[in-house]
Design a binder for this molecule. Structure first.
Ligand SMILES: *Cc1c(COP(=O)(O)O)cnc(C)c1O
Length: 419
């Protein structure tokens, strides 16, 4: 069953969630995108071309790895990991952007725009644009530009123009507004590359479709490796694209439990988290072009969110998840910043893997629950990204003193060179 059979029959809706809430000027553009997407989805050649591209350019299929040391340390279920961290650019984000690149070619557009908070989606989009020969503009809040220099460095060197947005709080929300403004002005030759399974229809369906490659591969691989399906699958949920990606391989399997792991930040009641569903703090609203659960106050103003992982630090959630949560098809849990740091240390030492901070939320939830499961049960974790590329963020998170002195020495060296 296609997840989109869950929808209410109303195009672009999952129960009451989803939809298209955009200024009227964009209606033709979004219609054109929807039409092109429907054509691509029905064309088996398009999917074959997409798979071939990811095989040749990004190293797919990514393997599934057994973690024997961590499993026996925890003394419960056997833990397996789907290795989307091994993709080019270090995460699952490349799947979606390469797919949208192919679609953009079909649309006959030559320019792409995107917004980015931490810069990971901007980095992936700039990579795709370089490969396809598109003109590329990345909108980023000025505050984020200042604190995410490594990703900005790569975007610029890959040929993208990074625009530091000076409005509002100069972060992701302001970058989204500015990117929308650009789209309205330049929609005839510009495609907006949305980075997660959120926003107006058809983006949630389209991004989920591209990311379904993770679940299709994982199902085949785990069956080949252990001869049965996993009992539980854990994936971290920011906007919700890597999670819906792997879950789609198992949505029809009654006995596979799907667990979405959100950012617990400083914990329940702290108001410093991004656990929309797990902490039951969000309410239904319309923003950024779609209807879903948002972390907002009673007036509908968006709340500040916090996470140790920049990629999970988001107010909304995939509208498909709002629906699947209501239907009890996906369980939501959260891991706090502290739990994530502990989990990361454990995984590095025990298995030699360095998951991204986002991904580590899924590990932290699995680590909590694995000991309560039987030794013949199977856990599958989606390793959405790798952490080594985020050394600045991870070294900060782990508060590494040697790293701090290294940065200080570098700064001193530059200062001496300037004088
Ligand atoms: C961006 C990012 C996420 C969060 O995005 P989703 O759309 O929820 O998948 C998770 N993991 C990594 C490694 C990321 O870069």
């Amino acid at each position: 069953m296609d997840i989109f059979d869950f929808s209410s029959g109303r195009e672009g809706y999952y129960g009451q969630y989803g939809g298209v809430f955009l200024p009227e000027v964009l209606h033709n553009t979004i219609e054109e995108l929807l039409h092109c997407f429907r054509e691509c989805k029905e064309d088996p050649d398009f999917w074959r071309e997409y798979v071939r591209l990811l095989q040749n350019y990004s190293g797919r299929p990514t393997p599934v790895t057994h973690l024997p040391n961590l499993s026996s340390h925890l003394g419960g279920a056997q833990i397996y990991v789907k290795r989307d961290d091994l993709n080019h650019t270090g995460s699952h984000k490349i799947n979606n952007v390469m797919g949208q690149g192919l679609l953009c070619q079909r649309l006959g557009k030559k320019k792409v725009i995107a917004e980015t908070g931490a810069g990971q989606h901007g980095y992936a989009t700039a990579t795709m644009a370089a490969r396809f020969g598109f003109d590329c503009k990345i909108y980023m809040g000025a505050v984020d530009v200042a604190r995410q220099r490594p990703n900005v460095f790569w975007m610029e060197n890959l040929g993208a123009e990074v625009i530091a947005v000076q409005d509002g709080q100069k972060t992701l929300k302001d970058a989204i507004n500015e990117c929308m403004r650009d789209w309205v002005l330049n929609m005839t030759d510009t495609h907006y590359v949305l980075g997660t399974a959120c926003g107006p229809h058809p983006f949630p369906e389209m991004v989920s479709w591209f990311q379904s490659i993770i679940g299709i591969e994982a199902r085949e691989q785990i069956l080949a490796l252990v001869g049965k399906l996993p009992d539980r699958i854990y994936a971290c949920v920011g906007g919700g694209s890597n999670a819906i990606g792997i879950f789609q391989g198992f949505l029809n399997d009654e006995n596979v439990e799907l667990v979405g792991c959100e950012a617990g930040g400083l914990g329940v009641g702290s108001n410093m988290h991004a656990a929309r569903l797990a902490y039951n703090d969000a309410s239904v609203g319309v923003a950024q072009g779609y209807k879903t659960y948002f972390l907002q106050n009673q007036q509908g103003n968006m709340l500040e969110t916090h996470s140790i992982a920049a990629g999970l630090d988001y107010i909304g959630i995939n509208p498909i998840f709002s629906y699947l949560w209501e239907q009890d098809k996906v369980r939501f849990e959260a891991a706090t910043d502290l739990e994530v740091k502990e989990a990361l240390r454990l995984i590095m030492r025990m298995e030699g893997l360095i998951p991204a901070l986002e991904t580590t939320h899924a590990f932290a939830s699995a680590i909590k629950e694995a000991p309560t499961m039987a030794a013949d049960q199977i856990i599958l974790i989606n390793q959405s990204g790798r952490g080594d590329k985020d050394i600045f963020m991870i070294a900060d998170a782990l508060d590494d003193q040697q790293w701090k002195s290294f940065i200080k020495d570098k700064a001193t060296q530059y200062r001496l060179e300037e004088n």
